[in-house]
Design a protein around this ligand. Structure first.
Ligand SMILES: Nc1ncnc2c1ncn2[C@@H]1O[C@H](COP(=O)(O)OP(=O)(O)OP(=O)(O)O)[C@@H](O)[C@H]1O
Ligand SMILES: [Mg+2]
Length: 297
């Protein structure tokens, strides 16, 4: 593989040290703040998007908004800039694993997160979303790879990179990840509302509690279509230990029309969490098990 030309390069006060991972639109590097002498994570926009000033501008605007926030469950953004056509932002380095990695490990071992741990993560992300929604920002891409589980136990929502400021209107061209996408975003990405994030969090809860996502198919379009047209399967049908919970099929009680019947999915999500938490006889002693599981890596 060709050497990554960014490794070793310094952007502002931040030295790019090594690649941590990459997603659809950017690479994330472990970096070093040479002034404050502390680790950082540096997210660099993918070369394919660099010629797109609208996207790049949004990337920086977004970082600017999130940089003013302080919330225990939202990643701290330190800096954002453009350097010779390279758009990047610098954030708190989270020493740990993404929920996607943790779920993959559990799946490989044929295990599920404990109920306590799933609820702890669900409540933390719900709190982070509340905070963002109150400030007019929709995340738009709530999914396990954007939820970090730090080794010290913190739950941190990252990546407001796809989010649009409600007050700025929408650009309409972004399509979130189909497995966690809300029906309204599947129809039209510009239709995202705050409740869309809560729907996506509901899908994440579903996956934590059952080990599978409600809809899966090799075709992303088919997954998106199922979110629009098909009632989700019953989580208790998949995980009988959930018996008695979830009067509705979906863990967040998500009404597929975000503005009908359940005007606030957030309340529904909290109620669903409370329902599950009240279950008698559910194993509670494994609350820290995933940390042990992940440390063997
Ligand atoms: N602040 C951070 N500290 C440590 N690791 C991080 C941080 N932010 C992201 N990562 C890691 O980098 C990986 C890549 O992140 P990135 O957001 O580019 O992709 P993604 O979330 O997997 O996919 P997508 O582009 O579809 O959002 C993440 O899965 C995560 O493991
Ligand atoms: Mg991400």
């Amino acid at each position: 593989m060709a050497e990554d030309p960014l490794i070793g390069r310094q952007l502002a006060n931040y030295q790019i040290v090594r690649l941590i991972g990459h997603g659809g639109m950017a690479q994330v590097y472990y970096g070093w703040d040479v002034r404050l002498e502390r680790p950082v994570a540096i997210k660099v926009i993918d070369a394919r998007y660099r010629g797109n000033p609208a996207y790049a501008q949004r990337f920086v605007n977004e970082a600017r908004v999130v940089a003013t926030w302080r919330h225990e469950h939202i990643v701290q953004v330190y800096y954002a800039d453009e350097d010779d056509g390279l758009y990047y932002f610098v954030m708190e380095f989270v020493d740990g694993y993404s929920l996607a990695e943790v779920l993959a490990q559990y799946r490989a071992q044929g295990r599920l997160l404990s109920l306590d741990e799933a609820l702890r993560i669900g409540f933390a992300v719900a709190g982070a979303l509340d905070y963002a929604h109150q400030r007019g920002v929709i995340h738009r891409d709530v999914k396990p790879s954007n939820i970090m589980l730090a080794n010290d136990g913190r739950v941190i929502l990252t990546d407001f990179g796809l989010a649009l400021d409600l007050h700025q209107g929408s650009m309409g061209e972004v399509f979130g990840t189909p497995h966690y996408i809300s029906p309204e975003q599947a129809r039209r990405s510009a239709s995202a509302v705050p409740q869309s994030d809560v729907y996506s969090l509901g899908v994440v809860l579903f996956e934590m509690l059952t080990g599978v996502v409600p809809f899966d198919d090799p075709s992303p379009t088919s997954v998106a279509l199922q979110h629009i047209t098909t009632p989700p399967p019953s989580p208790r049908g998949i995980n009988p230990a959930l018996s008695g919970a979830h009067r509705s099929g979906h863990p967040d009680g998500a009404e597929q029309d975000p503005c009908r019947a359940i005007p606030d999915r957030r309340r529904a999500a909290r109620r669903a969490c409370a329902d599950v938490a009240g279950l008698p006889g559910f194993p509670r002693h494994e609350a820290t098990a995933h940390r042990r599981a992940t440390q063997v890596r």
